[in-house]
Design a protein around this ligand. Sequence first.
Ligand SMILES: Cc1cc2nc3c(=O)[nH]c(=O)nc-3n(C[C@H](O)[C@H](O)[C@H](O)COP(=O)(O)OP(=O)(O)OC[C@H]3O[C@@H](n4cnc5c(N)ncnc54)[C@H](O)[C@@H]3O)c2cc1C
Length: 297
Amino acid sequence: MQFIRDVYASKAAMRRPVISFEFFPPKTDEGDRALMEKTIPALKELAPDYCSMTYGAGGGTRDKTLMMVDRIQREHKLTAMAHLTCVNSTAEESRAVLLQARALGIGNILALRGDPPGGGDFKPTAGGFEFSWQLVRFIKEMGGFCIGAAGFPEGHVACKEGREVDWDRLKAKIDAGADFILTQLFFNNADYFRFRDYLSRKGAAAPICPGIIAILSASQIKRFTALCGAALPAPLLASLEKYAGDDAACAEFGIEYATRQCEELLREGAPGLHFYTLNKTRSTSQVLRNLRLAPGD
Ligand SMILES: Cc1cc2nc3c(=O)[nH]c(=O)nc-3n(C[C@H](O)[C@H](O)[C@H](O)COP(=O)(O)OP(=O)(O)OC[C@H]3O[C@@H](n4cnc5c(N)ncnc54)[C@H](O)[C@@H]3O)c2cc1C
């Protein structure tokens, strides 16, 4: 088991980007088989530095996260990270999940607050955490884990005080023990650069890795961005209108857009690329091949 903070440090020393893939736990046995026997083996050809598995998000069940991370580590010999949220959980329940992770040899945790399952405002569970920095601190105090946290280049959707207030709170997560940051998806690189540079001026030294999605369909990305609060810039929205109803053409456009976005991010010093794969291979593979980041390129 490798700590992901060490992966960022060693790749930075080599001046190479850290490539990571995010998956969600499928809901069915058939979905499990497709992920474990087809999707991950296909993406493994691209030699990712690590993979991550969501927790209770995207319809995945919570109990499966550790099981899937364990399988990725054992069966595919890949460095992997379990996401963990504060939703419907007391601190003692979070401790139990972390102890189980430790027993399985899972040492990388993405510490999140999470969102209420039915939408609306987040309400902490009695005896649980209200904000992710408290979970970060709790994991840090347990010791023995590498901790990631989420960052929002456009500010978190629920933060009404403005982006910079949200970014200051992210700095508090880093101060509480987060070793690296993965960002929410975004489409305007200027938002990422402003965010990264602000945190750097505030003295945050943790790597801030951009989260990338290659758009698959116009209707799907409008739904995702409405949920997470990421903006679709006007020119991108205009292009998407052209592909409404033609997902194949939209996916090709999505690959092209993500390729251009990643090229600029890497040129301007992003420490890596974290791909929201949606448990699919084609677009992520093609973007990495376009970037000449696949083995053999
Ligand atoms: C890379 C990534 C992976 C994700 N994976 C998952 C997943 O697996 N499962 C899942 O359910 N969700 C996941 N999410 C979504 C995430 O849980 C939500 O975006 C959630 O709304 C915020 O989580 P957080 O950890 O950033 O929360 P927090 O850091 O707690 O922030 C939440 C809100 O509280 C505010 N806040 C923070 N500290 C304070 C304070 N001291 N006082 C007042 N307000 C404060 C922040 O400004 C923000 O508006 C992921 C997000 C990202 C970017």
